[in-house]
Every structure is written in C-alpha cells, then in structure tokens.
Design a protein around this ligand. Sequence first.
Ligand SMILES: NC(=O)c1ccc[n+]([C@@H]2O[C@H](COP(=O)([O-])OP(=O)(O)OC[C@H]3O[C@@H](n4cnc5c(N)ncnc54)[C@H](O)[C@@H]3O)[C@@H](O)[C@H]2O)c1
Length: 297
Amino acid sequence: MKFLVTGGAGFIGSHLVHRLQSHAPVHVLDNLTTGRRDRLVGSGCRLFEGSILDRTLLAEAVQGVTHIFHLAAMVSVSESVAQPSACEQTNVEGTRQVLEAASKAGAKRFVLASSCAIYGNDPKTPKNESLPPAPASPYAESKLAGEKMCAASAVPAVALRFFNVYGPGQDPHGPYAAAIPSFFQSALSHTPITIHGDGKQTRDFVFVEDVTAALFHAALHPDLGGVYNVASGQSTSILQLAQKIISLTGSSSTITHTPERPGDVRFSSASIERIRATGWAPRTALEEGLTRLMPKN
Ligand SMILES: NC(=O)c1ccc[n+]([C@@H]2O[C@H](COP(=O)([O-])OP(=O)(O)OC[C@H]3O[C@@H](n4cnc5c(N)ncnc54)[C@H](O)[C@@H]3O)[C@@H](O)[C@H]2O)c1
C-alpha cells in the first residue's frame, strides 16, 4: 500500500497523515494556501508542494499510490460566494484531474472529502443520504460535482459528507475561521464572541479523530461505495456552543451578533445510520472534544 493525501497539510489532512504513517508510505500534495508545513513535522510523509491543478506534479505525487484521499479544496462557503470561478477551478477541475491521475496510476480506491453543504436549506431533518441535494453555494455545487465524478469514475470511489469538523490544530484566524477555534480564542482572551445571525442555526460537530477514522475505514473497507454522512449524530445550536465554551473556559466573554452570512445553512442535523451499518461510529462526544481543546498549563 501507498497513500496520497491531497490537502495533507490542512487541518483534517494533517491529522489523517499522522494516522496513516504507521500503515504505509504517505505522499502529500498541497500548495500550502491554507495548509501549513509544520503540521507535517514527525509524520515521515513526502511533501509534493504545489497545486492539484499542476498535472506534472500530480503525476509524480500519484506514482505507485494505491489509495487516494482527496481533501485539497477551497473550503470556505463565503469565499466560494465571493470567488465562484476560483472555487470551480480548484474544487471541480482539481477533483477531475486527481481522479484522472488516480485512474492512470491504477489506484485501488479514491476517497473524496465531500460536505453536508450539499443538503442546503432543505428543512427535512435529520439529513440522510437519500435526500435530494439542494446546494445553496458554489462550494456546495462543487462538492456535488465531485461526488458525481466519483460515481462515474473507473476507480472505486467513496464520498464522505463531513458535517462540522473540529479538533486540535484548527486555524482560529482569518475571516473564514470555523466557529469552535474562533470561539475558543475569544473566550480565552475574555473578548466578545461574535455569532453570525441569531445563533439559533444548528450544526453537527464531529471530532477530527472520528473523521480520520472514517476516512481510513472508507479507504480499506471493501464494501463501501457511494456517499456517506460523517457526523456525530447530535446537533447543537451555535448559541449553545458559545455558551458551552464560555462555561468550560470560565470566560467573562459576552456574545455579540452580526448579520447572517450569505450561503449559510440554517439547520444541520445528520443521520449517520448508513455509515454506522458498515462498522464506523463516532467515539467523541462534543463535551469531551471541547475539553480536549483546552490549553494545557
Ligand atoms: N472542516 C470541516 O468542517 C469540513 C466540512 C466539510 C467538508 N470539509 C472538506 O474537508 C477537506 C479538508 O478541509 P479542512 O477543514 O482540513 O481545510 P483546510 O483548509 O485546512 O485544508 C485544505 C487543504 O487543501 C490545500 N489546498 C487548497 N487548494 C489546493 C490546491 N489547488 N492544490 C493543492 N492543495 C490545495 C490547502 O493548502 C489545505 O492544506 C476539504 O475538502 C473540505 O471541503 C471540511
């Protein structure tokens, strides 16, 4: 076996690379836009620095690879609304090229990092994989296009629809930072926590180690195919999340509200029965995962 992780210097990708290293050699292809080289320290992987859109580099990175995890992407919904063509280029054309390279290299399996954004604002909950897709942003459209390419590919492929992933090493900075690291940063510095909209929007937060376990499971379990939700199966409102983090950190932060962001989904709650039936289950409850994010003195 040999693995390729595109986007392997990213938040989820780097956790995956560390998990894979004891099983077989790992190649990482990452252009370090949001990824960071220091996340790979001690992983023993070989880093190919550059874009998935660079066919020459991609052909080198995929050589001899048996299992491909395709995580490289423009990951922010807001950024995709602001820059739809760049999103299409990286997420749709990029996925096409990685799939083609996987096929040429004779890879045994391709696992795509897809997203719950595909369900959009369909009011039906919990979201299960049989619901018709209702993408509400260029990001969601691009992930749906990736899933369709996987379904039509010659390489056996699985798409995992991640819900809201959190864990150590997630970037709290920048306009597109995820809620948990940015709430922690505010709470620990006792500055106000900013919520987009009224905070009643719900999300299913899943711990990154559960997600890397699902990726590994999807790559090696011979019977998996098609699409699977990867989530905790529990939904939490953003307001509840902020309150939990304030209480856990003993913070004096207040909560402030800004307008809702375009493309943001209102209610997100996952059914995980499909992947559970194949032998994967989440192991980390939100309270435990949040506790593991507390700084050690
Ligand atoms: N974090 C979540 O909650 C979440 C939820 C649903 C889906 N996903 C998907 O999981 C994957 C990983 O997300 P993440 O949270 O780790 O984000 P991340 O931004 O930390 O990782 C993405 C990685 O892709 C790299 N990259 C971007 N464009 C590239 C290109 N053209 N060529 C090579 N590398 C490129 C970045 O440098 C980065 O290392 C993404 O596909 C994302 O859409 C994440």
